[in-house]
Design a protein around this ligand. Structure first.
Ligand code: NAD
Length: 484
């Protein structure tokens, strides 16, 4: 702890105004009551059926209800939304499928009803898929109510909110996990597997992104009419990377961020000042009667680029662009002293020994496919066929849900803890701070308060489907599956 404070004072000296500009809480004094939650094996649900309550069952939450309904040993016991129609729709879906004990499922309706669900004693886990601004209040309330809190991305929007979750998770000894499904994507898992086999040598640099043309989703127009209007409001008033986790969390898991290394500081740059593509879209596609046509330009730039330095000297580039006509990409680039992998499309190059020049060109398609097949992550190999049948971002959504359920059922630590949530979610605020201050460096808090030095990187894990009693014939297509 004292080391952290010294580190802070030293870095604050050279960062000068930047740290002050950030206004962020760089370090807290001492661990919260209860102690560290890294590698914390939560044993209370081991060997028991797990009772889950859903909060926010719009697009994403409904898909999650469908997926979780297929997981053996997990019972959906409560549904909550501020909109009664969404609760009824999900309940009907479960009734139509003759979901066990469906008549006992509790309904919580209204904007504050999530608090009652969080206090409901016969529920172990809250699963939150509300709009962003409610993620942290719901997750925190879940912890206060004695629940494991699973929360959609981005889990918290400010550094202060992140600290509150860290301290509550520690105090109540309850896991709090950000539901970052991209950690379970094929290429992300492949990269992690390659890294653990040492194929990259030492990782020195990584790149990730959320580049997704959401011009229809954000203003809730076209086929998304009326859906997710909250996204529009968020992007109207904020700069910075408001959705950093899809590109970043998988890189963190592979690079051992919070486990042997940690973020040090970032600089963030955004084009603008106007979101040009958004304006073009409003001009072309919104009717003159649409009041949003007269809105001022969105604060958010079209492209945000953030550079992060880690304390071990590695670099990460992270991009966010949801308003340009570009093909989807999370980039997924990992570069080491012995090789490189990147995605969209998948490419790789490796040396067998130093300077054998085999990585002087990208591998041919056949060579790259051979790497992809040979080093496929065991969890992807064992579960992806079933997960693809269910659907939802190519299957990774189902693998994510199976994995947290498996961990809780077997008393294993969850793959992502509250520090992973905090280190990545806090970038919402910190990237905005940097952008609004001429891209000045902003220090990133060490939410582990030094414990990152004592923890090993995430290993190559799997799910024992036999133990779970799950076979491919027991799953069906997730009718709510989303790909946005
Ligand atoms: N991980 C992914 O791949 C992925 C994909 C899509 C969406 N998401 C995330 O999921 C979340 C939800 O997105 P969405 O597209 O489903 O949005 P949505 O607007 O379709 O759903 C949000 C739901 O929350 C409900 N809600 C709002 N306020 C509430 C309150 N006070 N109490 C209870 N319920 C409330 C709304 O009525 C709605 O049903 C967002 O955070 C989004 O970023 C993640």
């Amino acid at each position: 702890m004292s080391i952290n404070r010294r580190e802070f004072l030293k870095s604050a000296a050279w960062m000068g105004t930047a740290a002050a500009v950030a206004g962020c809480h760089l370090n807290r004094l001492g661990f919260g009551e209860g102690g560290m939650m890294q590698n914390y094996a939560f044993g209370k649900l081991k060997g028991r059926r797990i009772r889950v309550g859903f909060i926010g069952i719009g697009g994403r939450g409904t898909a999650a209800v469908h997926r979780v309904a297929m997981i053996p040993g997990v019972d959906i016991v409560a549904l909550c939304d501020k909109d009664p129609a969404r609760v009824e729709k999900n309940l009907k879906w479960l009734q139509d499928r003759k979901y066990p004990a469906v008549d006992k499922i509790r309904k919580y309706v209204g904007p504050e009803a999530y608090k009652d669900l969080c206090d409901f004693g016969d529920c172990d886990v809250v699963y939150c898929a509300t709009p962003w601004a409610l993620h942290q209040p719901v997750a925190l309330r879940g912890l206060l109510g004695g629940k494991v809190s699973l929360v959609e991305v981005t889990a918290a929007l400010t550094t202060e909110e992140c600290w509150e979750l860290v301290e509550a998770s520690e105090k109540y000894r309850l896991p709090c996990m950000q539901l970052e499904n991209c950690v379970y994507g094929e290429i992300e898992l492949l990269e992690l597997h390659l890294a653990r086999l040492g194929k990259f040598g030492e990782i020195v640099h990584a790149e990730g992104a959320y580049i997704h043309d959401l011009r229809e989703v954000i203003p809730s127009s076209g086929k998304f009419n009326g859906e997710a209007v909250w996204r529009y409001g968020e992007n109207m008033v904020h700069k910075g990377n408001r959705y950093p986790t899809h590109g970043l969390v998988p890189l963190c898991q592979t690079m051992g961020i919070n486990r042997g290394d940690r973020f040090d500081y970032l600089v963030s740059l955004e084009n603008g000042p106007k979101n040009v593509n958004y304006e073009v879209f409003k001009r072309e596609f919104l009717s003159d009667a649409d009041p949003r046509k007269k809105d001022p330009p969105a604060e958010m730039g079209d492209m945000n680029t953030t550079l992060i330095k880690t304390v071990n000297g590695k670099s990460i580039m992270l991009q966010h662009d949801v308003s340009s006509p570009r093909p989807y990409s999370r980039i997924n680039l990992i570069s080491g002293t012995r090789g490189i992998v990147r995605d969209y499309p998948f490419q790789c190059a490796f040396e067998e020994k130093c300077f054998d020049r085999k990585a002087h060109r990208w591998f041919t398609e056949a060579e790259a496919s051979a790497v992809r097949a040979k080093y496929m992550h065991p969890m992807w190999r064992d579960v992806s066929e079933m997960a693809k049948k269910v659907g939802g971002h190519g299957g990774m959504d189902f693998i994510m849900d199976l994995r947290w359920a498996y961990c809780l059922q077997n008393g294993l630590p969850l793959d992502m803890d509250v520090y992973d949530l905090a280190a990545t979610s806090c970038l919402c605020e910190l990237t905005e701070t940097s952008v609004r201050n001429g891209s000045k460096p902003v220090q990133i808090p060490d939410f582990t308060r030094g414990n990152w030095r004592n923890v090993k990187p995430w290993g190559v894990v799997n799910i024992d489907l036999d133990k779970m009693g799950l076979t491919a014939d027991k799953v069906s297509r997730d009718e709510g599956a989303l790909n946005v």
